[in-house]
Design a protein around this ligand. Structure first.
Ligand SMILES: Cc1cc2nc3c(=O)[nH]c(=O)nc-3n(C[C@H](O)[C@H](O)[C@H](O)COP(=O)(O)OP(=O)(O)OC[C@H]3O[C@@H](n4cnc5c(N)ncnc54)[C@H](O)[C@@H]3O)c2cc1C
Length: 643
């Protein structure tokens, strides 16, 4: 029986589960939500909230930052952590002593009480040097026990567990199962209520980061009858909790990642986080803020790439001049600098917005996660290209030959997962696309809903659609977005005028998509994803310009340089946005989808001739097991495809 046969969940049922866990109300303003509706709310991001400079930071935080920096420099050997695939005890203990496991935990519970801005400065720093430590600390406090407890836990739960987390008991987050990746509807782990009100959990979780060393787990499990998913704090040493397997990956080699089984694990009623049945909503809300760690880390990674490339492209001479002065490489470097600036602009902005508490940042956090991880990956890849053969060589090998041990290959291995976990790039697009059409579904949803009768459709058409669109649609065409509007932004004002004009265009195209594709729009991912890409580019442009202006107004010494980078980034972005709009209506989407269906159907297996195919490679890898039977749960060290 194939994995997908084990639980039958239709597309509609999967969508229902996702809808049920979706936060439907917007109680606070959201820049991106308004952008999708054609309103460019510059007032929400301008004046840009610059994070405090070193001198303006709380002395307590600066002292921690400096100590942490020194600890990384003197105590952490990232090459060795990667090579051994283990976190050295003295490093984990050192982190405990520093209080790093309690950065985000309020002081009243023994933590350091950092706000998002402070915590993200640490993630930014870690992103530049050690993916393994980033994952350890971030899985613990961005998604592990502290964050959902802070947001949803009862006072008793907070008092019981937060001090333990702050003192360095490590926590993990367990949602994924073999059949549950992006789609939680297939969740099998069960939580059955006992007569005395406790719960009994049974099931198995996959890829639980920190799982092999965790003391505490957040576990998502569902009531087999109501099918509702709840979140629980489970202690790793309770009877019935067992680490079945440690998983190993392409990068993040020290990740203490586990398959964990739960056999009749009795969980006291008070360990339920929030309300019963609200588990997925809790997980999603936790991720609204939690999701900011990866894009902030990505900024750190981009910056170290920029430094590596700047130095190498100056130093390395080929064909009579430094490689950085050959146009092909020069362009890579200028793109890298401009993208790094824009990545920091949106990450800092979303982080500051989260701290202010005045905004709903669920879309901005998703945009940052998607945009920064994708741009960051491109930057890491270009860094390898610029370093050439040395980019592909390991740090140890470089050092053994007497060259500077610069670990681009390690960074590439460690970085790649950022596009997959905590919401893959595709899922971030889907999440944003759903919100892009939300208002239209509210107003015109019944027209395209096959379950509604003709009378209901007619009533909604007259009472809802006509009044809304009669006022809304024409105003998505008009508005003064030409000079002298935004002239106070100097040479960057033109970019804001572009953003405003194209915000209206974006809203029109969302609407046109609904009119042209009707109910089929939800399956038109290529169309929807382009709209999301436009929104993300507009967001990055607006944030970049607003940041440059704030630096200028604050008379920061880097202001003129920021303006140069913002201008370079906006020019690139404008070209991309124009292309994305063009591709909306002139593309090969249908043809490509049909071809994919034929490929999936095996019609093009002739293209796979002449290779040692996947089954053969896997069989070659496990000579002692009978192929077709469930493999032993022993770590398998040789990767598939190595011949
Ligand atoms: C190193 C590592 C650490 C992890 N840590 C944790 C952890 O601590 N806790 C935890 O619970 N989980 C963890 N995960 C799981 C991680 O969050 C999942 O890998 C992720 O959610 C994607 O699920 P999947 O890999 O099963 O991919 P799938 O969901 O099977 O998706 C496969 C591909 O299809 C795409 N896709 C899926 N659905 C759609 C759709 N509707 N439209 C378009 N594209 C789609 C995906 O983007 C992906 O590219 C970890 C995974 C790894 C590899």
């Amino acid at each position: 029986m194939s994995q997908s046969d084990k639980v039958k969940v239709s597309e509609a049922e999967a969508m229902e589960v996702a809808e049920a866990s979706r936060e439907k109300s917007w109680r606070k303003p959201s820049f991106l939500r308004d952008l999708f509706l054609g309103d460019f709310r510059l007032d929400l991001i301008h004046p840009y909230p610059l994070p405090p400079s070193e001198e303006e930071e709380r002395p307590e935080f600066r002292a921690f930052y400096n100590a942490f920096h020194e600890f990384l420099r003197t105590e952490v050997d990232s090459v060795e952590i990667d090579a051994t695939g283990e976190y050295p005890e003295h490093v984990v203990d050192g982190l405990r002593k520093l209080g790093a496991f309690g950065m985000k935990i309020p002081k009243e519970y023994g933590g350091l009480g950092f706000n998002q801005t402070e915590y993200q400065k640490i993630m930014h720093l870690l992103g530049s040097c050690d993916g393994n430590l980033s994952a350890l600390l971030s899985a613990h406090q961005s998604i592990g026990v502290p964050q959902p407890l802070k947001l949803f836990g009862s006072d008793e739960l907070k008092k019981k567990y937060l001090p333990r987390c702050a003192a360095g008991e490590i926590s993990a987050f367990a949602l994924t199962e073999t059949q549950v990746g992006s789609d939680p509807a297939r969740l099998l782990t069960s939580a059955v209520r006992t007569e005395d009100g406790d719960y009994v959990i049974n099931g198995e979780k996959l890829w639980c980061t920190n799982g092999t060393i965790a003391d505490l787990l957040v576990v998502m499990a569902r009531d087999p009858e109501s099918k509702k998913i709840s979140a629980f704090v489970v202690e790793a040493d309770w009877p019935g909790v067992k680490v079945e397997h440690r998983c190993h990956f392409m990068g993040l080699r020290a990740l203490a990642n586990a398959v964990i089984s739960f056999t009749d694990v009795r969980v006291p009623a008070e360990n339920l986080i929030g309300e019963e049945g609200k588990g997925l909503k809790i997980a999603l809300t936790t991720l609204n803020d939690g999701r900011l760690s990866i894009p902030n880390g990505a900024v750190g990674s981009a910056k170290i790439c920029l430094e590596i490339c700047r130095k190498w492209a100056n130093e390395r001479v080929q064909w009579g001049k430094p490689v950085g002065k050959h146009e092909a490489i020069a362009h890579k470097i200028s793109d890298m600098a401009a993208y790094t600036y824009a990545m920091e602009a949106i990450a800092d902005l979303a982080t500051q917005m989260a701290d202010s508490g005045r905004y709903d940042i669920r879309l901005e956090a998703a945009a940052c996660k998607e945009w920064n991880t994708e741009r960051g990956w491109h930057i890491v890849d270009e860094t390898m290209q610029i370093r050439g053969g040395r980019g592909y060589e390991t740090e140890k090998s470089l050092a053994a030959r007497g060259e500077e041990p610069i670990g681009v290959e390690r960074m590439m291995r460690d970085y790649r997962i950022n596009r997959i976990f905590e919401g893959s790039s595709e899922i971030m697009h889907l999440f944003m696309a759903r919100e892009a059409v939300d208002k239209h579904l509210q107003v015109a949803g019944s027209i395209i809903d096959p379950r509604k009768s003709w009378e209901e459709k007619a009533t909604d058409f007259v009472q809802k659609m006509v009044p809304f669109y009669a006022a809304w649609y024409p105003t998505r065409w008009f508005g003064w977005s030409f000079y002298p509007r935004y002239q106070e932004f100097g040479r960057l004002g033109g970019h804001l005028r572009f953003v405003e004009r194209n915000t209206r265009k974006l809203a029109r195209e969302v609407f046109h998509g609904m009119v042209v594709h009707g109910p089929k729009l939800q399956n038109k991912q290529a169309f929807l994803f382009r709209l999301v890409d436009v929104a993300n580019e507009l967001f990055a442009m607006a944030a970049s310009v607003s940041r440059a202006k704030a630096l200028k107004d604050a008379r920061r010494p880097e202001a003129a340089k920021a303006e140069e980078l913002a201008d370079a980034f906006c020019r690139m972005s404008r070209r991309r946005i124009r292309q994305l709009f063009r591709d909306l209506w002139s593309n090969d989407d249908v043809r490509k989808y049909k071809l994919a269906l034929r490929v999936l159907d095996g019609k093009h297996t002739w293209m796979e001739r002449g290779i040692l195919n996947v089954d053969a490679s896997a069989r070659q890898m496990k000579p002692d097991t009978v192929f077709g039977q469930a493999p032993e749960r022993a770590p398998v060290d040789r990767p598939v495809g190595t011949h």
